[in-house]
Design a protein around this ligand. Structure first.
Ligand SMILES: [Zn+2]
Length: 79
């Protein structure tokens, strides 16, 4: 199953109030350029993925900062 699969046209309301007629899995809102999904379930999954990626990015940044302090700042302060 790909993104280009045809769906029966369905009216989906965007969060900004604009109503789009979707005939595919997802499309960009013509008013606010937000992603609008044919199935609300996909929208929640998309939001979850976005939050998950943000948390992962934060965790990586914190780890790098921690590793930097542990391996560079502490040995240097002991000299
Ligand atoms: Zn919109």
């Amino acid at each position: 199953m790909t993104q280009t699969d045809q769906f029966p046209p369905k009216d989906v309301q965007c969060k900004c109030g604009n109503v789009l007629t979707l005939d595919k899995q997802s499309d960009w809102c013509t008013k606010c350029v937000r992603k609008v999904f044919y199935h609300q379930k996909n929208q929640r999954r998309h939001q979850f993925n976005t939050i998950y990626l943000a948390v992962m990015a934060l965790a990586i940044v914190f780890f790098l900062v921690y590793a930097f302090i542990e391996m560079v700042i502490i040995p240097m302060s002991k000299l």
